[in-house]
Design a protein around this ligand. Sequence first.
Ligand code: NAP
Length: 247
Amino acid sequence: MAEQIRKALVTGGSRGIGAEISKRLAKDGFFVFVNYTSNKEKAIEVVDDISKSGGQAQAIQLDVSDFQAVEEVLGKLQKEMGPLDVLVNNAGITRDSLLIRMKPEDLDATLDIDLKGAIYCTKAVAKSMMKTRKGSIIQISSVVGEMGNPGQSAYAAAKAGLIGFTKSVAKEFASRGLRVNTVTPGYIQTDMTGALTEDQKEAILRSIPLGTLGEPQDIASLVSFLASDESRYITGQTIGVNGGMYM
Ligand code: NAP
């Protein structure tokens, strides 16, 4: 199996955008590794949904902010299953506060998971991907990393960091046939945005020319394209899916 079927790892695949990306990539014919950190039940639900639809998937527990664990778990995975074709660095958290009230532990958690986690996972899979001279790595950043947002300076720093990281490794990896791109979602309906108050949602809606929040499928469609050979001439790009909120 390892040689024939294309394989994709989606970090934070147990819920929200990552769950939808996992399902979409499975529909596209990938064997999908659905990563989660604590929510095993949700990850199994995603795997079961994929199996019921005739796809193939497996849940994988891994905290992407733990460098040793990333090296060990992804090293073992690639040894057993062969190199990955696609990595989607989607795992992310928000720990919002105004800068003057920011707690160092919240800054650390945000940078560790949202930025360093993506760097660790990219580092752990790139070498074996390079040997196959193909592969697509996709970072899920945020519109907030492009335009900034009061109360989200740590999150914005992490998400903007991903954009610079992507461009650098896109240049490093291009001659080896690997492509690396960043997707910057606007406001998408998931648990993450479920925490917003009605007033906050109203204000956000006023700033979106297309007039609605996005759905996880809107992100999954672009990831599906970036994972496929249809996008073979696209690398190092930052592509917004935000209803026109930031142009
Ligand atoms: P979500 O519903 O809160 O889901 C977050 C996912 O990340 C879960 O699967 C969670 O796993 C996983 N995760 C969290 N910490 C992790 C860790 N240390 N290691 C591995 N996995 C971890 O979030 P979402 O709204 O789908 O967001 C997905 C991505 O899109 C994030 O990077 C987010 O910043 C970005 N984004 C979202 C929006 C939006 O409007 N929703 C907008 C722009 C960008 P468990 O289930 O195990 O907790």
